[in-house]
Design a protein around this ligand. Structure first.
Ligand SMILES: Cc1ncc(COP(=O)(O)O)c(C=O)c1O
Length: 384
């Protein structure tokens, strides 16, 4: 079977279609499905961008690995924020969104017959990029009983001498689970012993209340010695999902290999966007982040209260901007979410969309407006 044909069907398209049908019928749909911040990029960043766009210096092809100024700013930010030391020349790479980096990573090291360990509850790109590179995704489970962290004994059973990579994502979409230092230490020991590259998708690392941050893998591992790479994204940090800017930091070989693949695929991020990112990670960072993250705690309380009224069990976490909750009936997650749309005009995401490990769960995103969050909560609270 060709690689393209191995890609699984996109489960969310059925949900999108059902939503479009409901809208066409005049239903006032409240969409708590998509994880895309409702609020605009902070005005201070839009202003920097506007000036940069007008500057012809930024109109030409950008520097392939990212501008020297941005790589320097990333390195300084990693040190200040996460006490991580990386060389901006060899250990930092600017990406066109973290999805792009994740999508290209398997191409750096996977040959036909190789395999990659992929969480069976997670962002679909890890497995799909593995398939497109000709590798075999081997799924490991993430379950509530273990706080949605992998069982290292299971990883040990799945891994063999053709295992090239393991994808992890903490803080985790969709569960909100976070990884602590002891967990990262165990993972680094496991992957070092087996010579497997360890990837953390850190798209939600800063999406934690109060402008704090979750623990970076790079602060536990030694990114000069250990074969680790972490992908950070400005998308959720600064309500910049449409701008397409992120970065990878880690072991020089992994960064260098990814840069080589990208050299054949793309020509970098618009230099004006890089200029804006350079400022965002500098002195403005703390204030910007606090402003962006301030919206979520109250929204989470509103949704958790409504779910509490429904008798729904929620996985306790304040990280990410998702609420991960158990389907309270004996329906499948798809049937339950389909019924929510039909009966109360509310879009929520079935757990199955994140892999079979998500069955029995559903996800609510806190990236809708306060008004929609309140209305969605009201509808849910009065449902079943
Ligand atoms: C877990 C996870 N990783 C990565 C991404 C991609 O983010 P971006 O490409 O905007 O950096 C997303 C987007 O929703 C995500 O949920």
């Amino acid at each position: 079977m060709g690689r393209l044909n191995k890609l699984p069907p996109y489960l969310f398209s059925a949900m999108d279609k059902a939503k479009a049908e409901a809208l066409a019928m005049g239903v006032e749909v409240v969409d708590l499905g998509i994880g895309d911040p409702d609020r605009p990029t902070p005005a201070a960043l839009v202003e920097i961008m506007a000036a940069a766009v007008a500057d012809p210096d930024f109109h030409r092809y950008p520097a392939q690995r990212g501008s020297a100024a941005l790589r320097q700013a990333i390195s300084a930010w990693l040190f200040q924020r996460h006490q991580v030391t990386v060389d901006p020349e060899t250990q930092v790479l600017v990406l066109i969104g973290s999805k792009e980096g994740l999508g290209h990573l398997p191409t750096t090291c996977v040959e036909e017959g190789d395999n990659v360990l992929v969480p069976d509850l997670g962002y679909p790109v890890y497995g799909q990029a593995t398939l497109l590179a000709g590798g075999e995704p081997r799924l490991f489970s993430l379950v509530a009983e273990r706080g949605f962290l992998p069982d290292i004994a299971e990883l040990g059973r799945l891994a063999d001498d053709r295992t090239r990579l393991i994808f992890l994502n903490y803080p985790n979409n969709p569960s909100g689970a976070v990884a602590d230092k002891a967990f990262w230490q165990r993972m680094v020991a496991f992957t070092t012993e087996r010579d497997i590259r360890l990837v953390n998708d850190a798209a939600y690392l800063e999406v934690v209340p109060g402008g704090r941050a979750a623990l970076s893998l790079l602060s536990v591992a030694d990114p000069t010695r250990d074969r680790v790479i972490e992908l950070h994204s400005l998308s959720k940090m600064f309500n910049m999902t449409g701008w397409r800017i992120a970065f990878a930091a880690g072991h020089p070989q992994l960064i260098g290999d990814l840069a080589r693949v990208k050299e054949s695929m793309d020509s970098g991020v618009f230099a004006a966007v890089q200029e804006t990112a350079t400022h965002a990670l500098g002195e403005m960072f703390d204030d910007l982040l606090k402003g962006v993250m301030a919206a979520y705690p109250q929204r989470r309380r509103v949704i958790n209260n409504a779910l509490g009224k429904m008798g729904v069990e929620v996985f306790a976490s304040a990280a990410t901007f998702y609420v991960w909750a158990k389907v309270p009936t004996d329906e499948s997650s798809i049937d339950f979410c389909g019924r929510a749309l039909r009966e109360i005009g509310t879009v929520i995401t079935p757990g199955l969309g994140f892999g079979t490990g998500g069955e029995g769960w559903f996800r609510i995103s806190l990236t809708a407006s306060d008004e929609d969050i309140n209305e969605g909560a009201r509808r849910l609270g009065e449902w079943i």
